[in-house]
Design a protein around this ligand. Structure first.
Ligand SMILES: [Zn+2]
Length: 119
């Protein structure tokens, strides 16, 4: 027997409760230019400093970014993974709820079901 919608929703809620910190956006590596004009990073072709880790996110059309120290990269990865999982769980909860709503409307609101064509 498959689990009831309530059981599935409870499992989603339990995982949500244990998820921890969550951060949207992405983590990339990039080279940087410094402020000293005589530096190798300003030559042609440039030899950029780094690479450095950078966290980026789009918010209301604007890109927000910040440099992430190497020793914090693992934390950021975890937070980004949690955020992805958070949205998967929300989508799952919506699916479960929609299935319940469909079932109810099938029983109550729709007096007659659409006839299925037989082959
Ligand atoms: Zn430089």
């Amino acid at each position: 027997m498959s689990p009831s919608p309530q059981d599935r929703a409870a499992r989603v809620a339990a995982e949500l409760a244990g998820l921890g910190l969550a951060l949207p956006g992405s983590l990339t590596q990039r080279g940087m230019r410094c402020g000293w004009a005589g530096c190798r990073c300003h030559r042609d072709p440039p030899q950029l400093h780094g690479p450095y880790w950078q966290w980026t996110r789009k918010q209301a059309g604007k890109t927000i970014s910040r440099l992430v120290p190497d020793d914090q990269v693992d934390d950021y990865r975890q937070w980004l993974d949690n955020h992805r999982r958070l949205h998967e769980l929300i989508a799952e909860l919506e699916d479960i709820t929609l299935a319940v709503a469909d079932q109810r409307s099938g029983h109550q609101a729709r007096p007659r079901r659409t006839r299925q064509k037989t082959a």
